[in-house]
Design a binder for this molecule. Structure first.
Ligand code: PMP
Length: 429
């Protein structure tokens, strides 16, 4: 049997860092990443045959569990018809209709191959629509790895200590204004000074790339107001929150409507898919209707559309998101009570189907500075102890956790039992 450690060594010979996306590398965790062989429901199975209860869910898409038979069936059904045609297909319209029905602020939608392409394209569209160059984002929010957005970013960029990447031209980065998440006054001040130059605000309506940080009361509403006042475009990056914190995403959950919405992860059912959409007025600026160019050889790929349509259709079942949020609540309350009993300073934060675990004595974590002040070593020890007991958490203190509808009460109990042992180990180490 080939072990994960052996596979990682082989991978490192020809793949930078042995991985095709940095967070997978377990950087700072003092161990090689686990190589997975298969997955089913709430579980991952590694190459050595070990089972894990999974709270990563391929970083979000697997909201009904891995290898969902309905999603696999839809892909199988399309498979024999061919992989890609480079022409329109009817299933793309089905997908567009479904997205527009679920998220009413989206009147028109364009599919992409990733979340990165969705946000990059939405930014270009906002700039083209307004004729302005400057964009506002928030420290620790991650919107994929396009140049304008890799400034003070979260996720892997943060985990690897490079929130602002070399290779991003200074001339481009200077158009990206980064403000503090949840700081309403700072947003107001910025727009008072240079509002007429700002094309858009892009925001994670629940931050999920510096752990899980909900918006404070009125934060999103203030963003809507300043954008209205200054004719700037409000972009919600719902790549993570879309179809997860509520069926209609964070905009449905918090009752604040953006001009443009970026989607990814769940929308592709596990296939490489992103999307961005919004009002007919703004989306009509896109090529071939308008002058703002955006394209993709494989965008709207029929297999990917079939997977996404099958998954989104399942999520429309009444009560799905309420039950998902209840599972998250049970998990988070259970973790907090076990930490308290063990005398460990730890809190959880959650919105709908996503959550975060913070090793801190504070009662809440509301921004980047507070997220990065948490005890990184405690996280490392907790992560390692959980992994050893067969619970797979995101391998970084700066990523949100994801629940699926396949997680049973027994799976959650297994997780809580493992956490109890992990906390006990942490207090004796
Ligand atoms: N936006 C958000 C909020 C994300 O969480 C991510 C990825 N985690 C992206 C954009 C980029 O998506 P992708 O990795 O598919 O390019």
């Amino acid at each position: 049997m080939t072990t994960s450690a052996e596979l990682f060594e082989q991978a490192c010979r020809h793949i930078p860092g042995g991985v095709n996306s940095p967070v997978r590398a377990f950087k700072g965790l003092h161990r090689p990443p686990v190589f997975m062989e298969s997955a089913k429901g709430a579980y991952l199975f590694d190459v050595e045959g070990k089972r894990y209860v999974d709270y990563v869910g391929s970083w979000g898409p697997m909201i009904t569990g891995h290898a969902d038979p309905d999603v696999l069936g839809a892909v199988r059904e399309r498979l024999d018809k061919g992989l890609s045609f480079g022409t329109p297909t009817a299933v793309e319209t089905t997908m567009a209709e479904l997205i527009c029905e679920i998220i009413p602020s989206i009147e028109m939608v364009r599919m992409t191959n990733s979340g990165t392409e969705a946000t990059m394209s939405a930014i270009r569209l906002a700039r083209g629509f307004t004729g302005r160059d400057k964009i506002v984002k928030f420290e620790g929010n991650y919107h994929g790895h396009s140049d304008s957005l890799l400034v003070k970013a979260g996720s892997g960029a943060l985990t690897h200590g490079e929130p602002s990447s070399p290779g991003v031209p200074a001339a481009l980065a200077e158009h990206t204004i980064t403000l503090s998440y949840n700081d309403i006054d700072e947003v107001e001040r910025c727009f008072e000074e240079i509002g007429s130059q700002i094309a858009c605000i892009i925001v994670e309506p629940v931050a999920g790339n510096m752990n899980c940080i909900p918006p404070s009361a009125d934060f999103l509403k203030t963003l809507r107001q300043v954008c209205d006042r200054h004719q700037s475009v409000l972009i919600f990056d719902e790549v993570m929150t879309g179809f997860r914190v509520a069926l209609g995403g964070a905009q449905a959950h918090f009752g604040v409507t953006p001009d443009l919405t970026c989607l990814g992860k769940i929308v592709g059912g596990g296939m490489p898919v992103g999307a961005f959409g919004g009002s007919r007025e703004i989306m009509s600026e896109l090529s071939p209707l308008g002058p703002v160019y955006q394209a993709g050889t494989l965008a709207g790929n029929p297999l990917a559309m079939a997977a996404g349509v099958a998954l989104l259709t399942k999520l429309k079942e009444p009560g799905f998101h309420k039950a998902l949020a209840q599972r998250v609540e049970t998990l988070c309350n259970g973790l907090e009570s076990r930490a308290r009993e063990a005398g460990i300073d730890m809190i959880t934060q959650r919105v709908g189907g996503m959550f975060g675990v913070f090793f801190t004595a504070q009662s809440s974590v509301e921004n980047f500075a507070q997220a990065t002040a948490c005890d990184a070593d405690a996280f490392r020890r907790f992560f390692t102890a959980m992994l050893e007991q067969g619970v797979y958490l995101a391998p970084s203190a700066y990523e949100a956790g994801f629940m699926s509808s396949a997680h049973t009460p027994e799976d959650i109990q297994v997780t809580l039992d493992a956490a109890e042992k992990a906390f006990a180990q942490m207090t004796t180490q």
